[in-house]
Design a protein around this ligand. Structure first.
Ligand code: UDX
Length: 437
């Protein structure tokens, strides 16, 4: 099939390359000429395992191309919209300006038998609004919402083998046509017996934000328990293990620590609340405000633990920060708890030396004054306190005994609860974590 993907960020670039890899002819459109130029050479403009290979393969096959000109999308039968929907500068709501611009850019190139399939996370009602805009412009193109659940770091796997497909379509023959077209797009995914849910557009829009709100709530739940566990001298990781055996609860997303960040969960829960307010049901999602506060409090907890470790005054003291990305296997620093904590400590006068296997260049752009080290060992050398904030495998694998001589003071604050307290203490470190004695 001829397919266009509008917006080539974390979501769109992977979607475009993934669809080309299963045989479709795909053009990725983005307003950012530099991004299009990099993608056109078969390189990902961000770190995502496996994406470079998939892009190179797609370009070599002749089925994948990138362009800044929406006119190049004109002969596509399905147009996926994958632009960013960041938090608005004026409050918690979503900023839909890129989405609206994508639709306006496509308008002159849309044919009556084509389908627009939205993938971006949007406030409920957005698909309907786009459909009205097309109608007003006299364009007959069908509009569906087909939310995307991919996780950074596993984006290719999640794209080619998702847990489920959700098609939000209008009622009647136009909706049926949308289902037919999406089935053709996802034939290889459906062949894997992937569950496919056909819903209304509003339901599909809400599926996505509900999923992210649930995940955020799960993380904040365990972080709230970790605060209580810490006050009571109990162990939150053992609590998570024990409750996680209950299949109704499940162990995944119960890792207490510095909390969630990234380009999705934080802004999505805020936008969801803002939309519920607009719909007159703000009280229903008021708890997401608490989820947000618990999450942000984790950053305070860690920053406070560092200051405590330094005897109350961080001025001029050297703090080693292990991790800057919002999670491992990513170079994404959007709303990263790790970077936030590093910047807070720096603003309190500490000399922060940070390291991350992938995110240093992005962090340097945010704050060129942070000091960066190439490896964990280099960051730790001479430090007064070390803080693990992103659980990259190489940090988890650090051997406490062989590096205990490197810092000025062997003090480890484990912001992700991933190190073995006994091994670190045995090796001579003072070890502190969140919610473990
Ligand atoms: C998330 C959703 O998982 C995905 O389905 C959606 O499409 C986009 O948003 P992503 O932002 O890539 O994906 O990251 P995810 O793996 O969900 O992690 C989100 C944050 O939660 C990270 O900062 C991570 O460190 C944190 N987290 C996750 C925890 O603090 N504890 C956990 O137990 C799990």
């Amino acid at each position: 099939m001829k397919i266009s993907v509008i917006g080539c960020g974390y979501l769109g670039a992977v979607h475009a390359a993934g669809l080309a890899s299963v045989g479709h002819e795909v053009v990725g459109i983005d307003v950012d000429a530099a991004r299009v130029a990099v993608l056109s050479t078969g390189r990902a403009p961000f770190f995502e395992p496996g994406l470079d290979d998939l892009l190179a393969e797609g370009l070599a096959s002749g089925r994948l191309s990138f362009s800044t000109d929406p006119a190049d999308a004109a002969d596509a039968v399905v147009h996926f919209i994958a632009v960013g929907t960041p938090q608005s500068a004026y409050g918690g709501g979503a900023d839909l300006r890129y989405l609206d611009a994508a639709v306006e850019g496509l308008l002159p190139h849309l044919s009556a038998d084509a389908l627009i399939a939205g993938k971006s996370t949007v406030p409920v009602g957005t698909a309907e609004r786009i459909a009205e805009r097309l109608e007003q412009a006299g364009v007959r193109t069908i509009v569906a919402w087909n939310p995307e659940f991919l996780r950074e770091g596993f984006a290719i796997e999640d794209t080619l083998r998702p847990d489920r497909l959700v098609y939000g379509v209008e009622a009647g023959p136009r909706g049926e046509r949308a289902v037919e077209l999406l089935d053709e797009v996802y034939r290889t995914v459906l062949d894997l017996d992937t569950p496919r849910l056909v819903t209304s557009r509003e339901t599909a829009e809400l599926v996505k934000v509900s999923a992210n709100a649930f995940l955020a709530t799960k993380i904040s739940f365990i972080n709230a328990i970790s605060e209580v566990a810490e006050a009571a001298g109990a162990d939150v990781t053992a609590i998570a293990d024990a409750i996680g055996f209950d299949a109704r609860i499940g162990r995944r997303f119960l890792n207490a620590g510095v909390g969630f960040g990234g380009g999705c969960l934080p802004k999505d829960i805020r936008a969801f609340r803002a939309r519920a307010d607009e719909l007159g049901v703000g009280a229903s999602l008021a708890f997401l405000g608490e989820v947000d506060s618990i999450n942000l409090r984790q950053r305070d907890r860690v920053a406070r633990a560092v200051v405590d470790a330094l005897g109350g005054d961080p001025t001029g003291r050297r703090v080693a920060i292990l991790g800057l990305a919002f999670k491992p296997n990513s170079d994404d620093i959007r709303d990263s708890p790790a970077l936030d904590i590093a910047l807070r400590l720096q603003s309190q006068g500490a000399t922060v030396v940070a390291t991350d296997p992938q995110a240093v260049e992005n962090a340097r752009r945010v704050d060129p004054d942070l000091q960066f080290a190439a490896t964990a060992e280099d960051a730790i050398a001479g430090s007064d306190v070390t803080v693990l904030l992103t659980e990259w495998q190489q940090f988890r694998d650090l051997d406490p005994a062989s590096i205990v001589g490197l810092p000025s003071s062997p003090y480890m604050i484990d912001g992700r609860n991933v190190l073995d307290p006994f091994a670190w203490r045995e090796a001579g470190w003072i070890y502190r974590s969140l919610g473990r004695p």
